[in-house]
Design a protein around this ligand. Structure first.
Ligand code: 13P
Length: 249
């Protein structure tokens, strides 16, 4: 199965999100292949609007974050159940921007992961090394640490390998670097999940764009992409969706 998820981050308002969904739904190719699972992760304010717009279509809506606690006095935050209530099927967890800007630790993410499973949301766990960690040859230990929160018997999940230095820089990681990281992640999953590990899609994220997506999908173990900047333009998003559908695994 191919996967393509748009991470809108803190972008778009109701008018532009509506125009995005209209363009997406008007594209005849969307009704075609069923082999590419599409996802959109809008900001909180647009979750309900986007979920309602894509209801009944082959598109899942993801939250970009939520709190681990079920409810309570957490001004400004929202819960996993609230994401679900707004129409989400999944939630992005551990994005490097939240690790870096929001101070999210692996311990916190372990609690969020469990909360997502408890709320029957599909976690899309983001992992990846910084440039300093790569240069210090710490990529695999970092990935191992970030994956350790899965515990011995993880529930259903998707993973996105997003090297921090490739995010928003226009500098996509090289094929060999991606292949090595994805193979490492798969092997780590195998130690915890046996055969079920093969059903976990491993997406790549970091400067994915229509002109490099086909090449990306040729790399072994790459199930698809988690896309930031290029996902804000419906024409680019649909171009990538078509590429993914053409190269169904
Ligand atoms: P860019 O596609 O803008 O590099 O962002 C990647 C990302 O962070 C997706 O989660």
């Amino acid at each position: 199965m191919r996967c393509l998820v748009a991470n809108w981050k803190m972008n778009l308002l109701s008018a532009s999100a509506g125009a995005f969904c209209d363009a997406l739904l008007a594209d005849p190719s969307l009704a075609g292949s069923s082999g590419c699972q599409l996802g959109i992760a809008p900001p909180f304010t647009l979750l309900k609007q986007v979920s309602e717009a894509v209801r009944g279509r082959r598109i899942s809506v993801f939250g970009q974050n939520a709190r681990a606690e079920a409810e309570g006095a957490y001004t400004g935050d929202i819960s996993m159940a609230m994401l679900k209530d707004a129409g989400c099927a999944g939630v992005i967890l551990g994005h490097s921007e939240r690790r870096r800007l929001g101070g999210e630790t692996d311990a916190l993410l372990a609690a969020k992961l469990q909360a997502a499973w408890d709320a029957e949301l599909l976690p899309l766990l983001c992992i990846g090394e910084t440039l300093e960690e790569r240069e210090a040859e710490q990529t695999f230990p970092v990935l191992q640490r970030q994956l350790s929160i899965l515990g011995p018997k993880p529930g259903p999940l998707w993973i996105a390998y997003e090297p921090v230095w490739a995010i928003g820089t226009g500098r996509r990681a090289e094929a060999k670097q991606i292949q090595e990281a994805h193979a490492y992640i798969r092997a780590e999953l195998m130690t915890r999940m046996d055969e079920a590990a093969w059903r976990v899609p491993i997406l790549y994220g970091g400067s994915v764009a229509p002109d490099n997506f086909a090449e990306l999908l040729q790399i072994p173990e790459v199930a698809g992409g988690l896309v930031g900047g290029a996902s804000l333009d419906p024409a680019k998003f649909m171009a990538m969706a078509k590429t993914a559908a053409k190269t169904e695994e």
